[in-house]
Design a protein around this ligand. Structure first.
Ligand code: C5P
Length: 208
């Protein structure tokens, strides 16, 4: 399987990350959470007091990303979510991050999770999963994740912010979130992490 790329896309908190990481481990491939690239870019702009929707500043931040930026502990949370989605709508930011993602996948073979892996970054990937779950279930998972980190959030607000971010990610002109034509759809609404992995594994084995 050396050199194989698997694309895992879908909306926020659908379980992509957990699934992609486990697939990578099971297949002996590297794993890349591409959302971190957009989060780290947005974070840099917040630190600079700049508007994450400023194209020139955002492109410069994306080009200046370092591996340390991706390991920052403050890349999750409502402000980082919004900043990530704002910079992700800027074409020059996406262009700046594209080669890096492609090099990563081509060098090691990898499972990449994101929004546009199957449509833009690796349209030739032999396996593409589009992972979804109902809005309410995804909001519930995000709320639990926040609580696990000691953040008490209002469930209605978590749901509203998740919907707003999905709407922005799905409606942008450049590389909008959507399933590739040949993506395999996996609805995890009624599945726990173990069952979601089993279902994904069966789909992956059929294609590889
Ligand atoms: O996956 P995660 O929630 O960490 O992604 C954060 C944001 O980064 C998304 O809301 C989206 O705007 C952007 N993103 C993207 N393309 C990707 C991965 C993430 O536009 N491949």
């Amino acid at each position: 399987l050396a050199g194989v790329v698997i694309a895992v896309d879908g909306p926020a908190a659908a379980g992509k990350g957990t699934l992609a990481r486990r697939l990578a481990e099971s297949l002996g491939l590297s794993y890349l959470d591409t959302g971190l690239l957009y989060r780290a870019t947005g974070r840099r702009l917040l630190d600079e007091g700049a508007d994450p929707a400023d194209p020139a500043r955002a492109e410069a931040a994306a080009r200046a990303l370092t591996p340390e930026d991706l390991r920052r502990p403050d890349l999750r949370g409502p402000a980082a979510d919004r900043a990530a989605s704002a910079v992700a709508a800027i074409p020059a930011v996406r262009a700046a991050l594209l080669d890096w993602q492609r090099d990563f996948g081509r060098t090691h073979g990898a499972v990449l999770d994101g929004r546009d892996i199957g449509t833009v970054v690796f349209p030739e990937a032999p396996v593409k999963l589009f992972v979804t779950a109902s809005d309410e279930e995804r909001a519930r998972r995000r709320w639990l994740e926040l609580r696990g980190r000691g953040v008490e959030a209002d469930p209605a607000q978590v749901l509203a912010e998740l919907r707003a971010r999905d709407a922005q990610d799905a409606s942008r002109a450049t590389a909008p979130m959507k399933p590739a034509g040949d993506a395999l759809l996996l609805d995890t609404t009624a599945l726990d992490a173990e069952a979601a992995f089993a279902a994904a594994w069966a789909l992956v084995r059929e294609r590889l």
